[in-house]
Design a protein around this ligand. Structure first.
Ligand code: 5AD
Ligand code: SF4
Length: 470
């Protein structure tokens, strides 16, 4: 049993990050023979991609993917710790797993992902939910075969979570959800320690993948016919800083663009390391999509300081304007937190001012959620929840107004869309995204799936558009 410790997770070791190749013990190849698995994924794209790795590892062990939880022999919850509601949803689901296990005693259940990295979560699991079979973290996905094997043989909960970062594992098997779009990790972890954020504890020290390994992966994806790659990291602009080498995110983006893959995206950006070189490269290569997610978090300098964001409203606006000026047709979205401890009405109005100045294409907005172990969780917070909710409501009204206005500019225009699946709202339509990351439902036959087509926009709403092939 290896349980996570918050104090250790906070520390940053000077240990050199090793790069290893994935290898599975041959004698575990048949552990899942005749059994099926189901993974429920919560949270960000990083978790979605981790689940793609976990699926492939399970299939390497001869498990087959199940249609639903109800018929699976193994259920894993890949969890998110970012806000309390994600946390609560997972505990609700763990309660459901308990019932399923009572009905199906041979069911194997487990949790992994960011919540598994939290000391308080694992404590609670050991106290109240020890019917679970496996708990493993974000740093040892590659050890899943051994962990499962131990749990099955010992017939008791197997907890294996490292508090500190692990090695970088190359050549991890992957079962991608899409045949057209692929996630590519370029770095793991985060060293920014924004005061509200749990990620630096659950994902550990920043570790960049080697330049050549990333390019090799993108090249082979292109050869396999993938149309779009999204470079993933908590903080992609800081790519390479931990390697102490000359190249940075600007160089990486340029090299990825030069592979010729049709669409290149990246998430998430932090203002801090957004260099002029990056902006120049994004503007220069037509296959780097003109779409940037640039979290603001707050428009008040006082709150930004308390958040540890290390930029001001003025420098954010300067960067925003520069990107708008130098990247033709760019769309920019953001993340905003309301109700950070001590946020006054005046601070909140500063945030609204920035939203009015930026007129974002869209924004994800959240009420501050205290996360155990982070500095902000200890800050005095005397704003009533009702006030925070009312601020969120006002913010959303403004955000939605600009989102609709941004979409209205597309009406009648012809734009490129990668058709990636059947539309959720109408099975006669296909859905996909523009280069600027706008969701479009398109009247088109299924043969067009996986193609980048020119679409004439015929109707726009706040969250999506309709169109027909031009
Ligand atoms: N409370 C509310 N929102 C948070 N985020 C991160 N941590 C918290 C928290 N403790 C938001 C930030 C971040 C996004 C992924 O989630 O806006 O950019
Ligand atoms: Fe969290 Fe800040 Fe790192 Fe983003 S940059 S993951 S908000 S600590």
């Amino acid at each position: 049993m290896l349980v996570p410790h918050l104090d250790k997770a906070k520390r940053r070791t000077k240990n050199e990050v090793k790069v290893r190749k994935y290898k599975m013990a041959k004698d575990l190849k048949n552990l899942g023979l005749g059994k099926s698995y189901f993974i429920k994924t919560y949270g960000c794209q990083m978790n979605v991609h981790d689940s793609e790795n976990i699926k492939a590892i399970l299939e390497d062990m001869s498990f087959k993917e199940a249609e639903s939880m109800e018929v699976a022999d193994l259920i894993l919850l890949n969890t998110c710790a970012i806000r309390e509601n994600a946390h609560n949803k997972v505990f609700g689901m763990i309660g459901r797993l308990k019932h399923m296990k009572e009905e199906r005693p041979n069911l194997i259940t487990g949790i992994c992902g960011c919540m598994a990295q939290e000391e308080i979560v694992v404590d609670e699991i050991l106290k109240k939910y020890s019917f679970l079979d496996v708990v493993f973290g974000t740093h040892n996905i590659d050890e899943l075969p051994e962990i499962l094997n131990k749990a099955i043989h010992n017939k008791k909960i197997e907890v294996d979570v490292y508090s500190c970062e692990g090695d970088i594992i190359e050549d991890m098997p992957v079962k991608r959800d899409s045949k057209y779009k692929a996630w590519v990790n370029i770095m793991y972890g985060c060293d920014k320690f924004c005061t509200y954020c749990i990620v630096p504890y659950t994902r550990g020290k920043q570790r960049s993948r080697r330049f050549e390994d990333i390019i090799k992966e993108v090249q082979s994806l292109k050869e396999e016919g993938y149309k779009e790659v999204t470079l993933l990291g908590q903080n992609v602009n800081a790519y390479g800083k931990d390697l102490g080498l000359e190249y940075d995110m600007g160089d990486l983006l340029e090299a990825v663009a030069k592979t010729g893959v049709e669409r290149v995206r990246f998430v998430t950006s932090h203002h801090w390391d957004f260099t002029d070189k990056m902006i120049e490269v994004i503007g220069k290569y037509p296959n780097i999509m003109p779409y940037i997610h640039l979290p603001l978090q707050s428009g008040s300098n006082r709150i930004l300081k308390l958040m540890g964001r290390r930029y001001t409203k003025e420098s954010y606006l300067e960067l925003f304007d520069k990107i708008k000026r130098l990247v033709p047709n760019v769309s920019i979205t953001t993340d905003i937190i309301v109700g950070f401890p001590g946020e006054s009405e005046e601070d909140f109005l500063d945030t609204l001012e920035v939203v009015k100045a930026c007129k974002y294409d869209s924004a994800f907005t959240f009420i501050f959620s205290p996360r155990e172990g982070t500095p902000a969780a200890k800050m005095k917070d005397d704003t009533p929840l009702s006030v925070k909710e009312e601020r969120l409501h006002r913010l959303n009204e403004l955000v939605n107004k600009y989102a609709l206005e941004a979409n209205q500019k597309y009406l009648g225009k012809v734009v490129p869309v990668l058709l990636e699946n059947v539309s959720e709202k109408n099975s006669d339509m296909l859905a996909g995204y523009t280069d600027t990351m706008k969701l479009v439902n398109v009247k088109a036959s299924k043969e067009k799936l996986g193609e980048i087509v020119l679409v004439k926009i015929t109707d726009v709403k706040t969250w999506s558009m309709d169109g027909e092939i031009a």
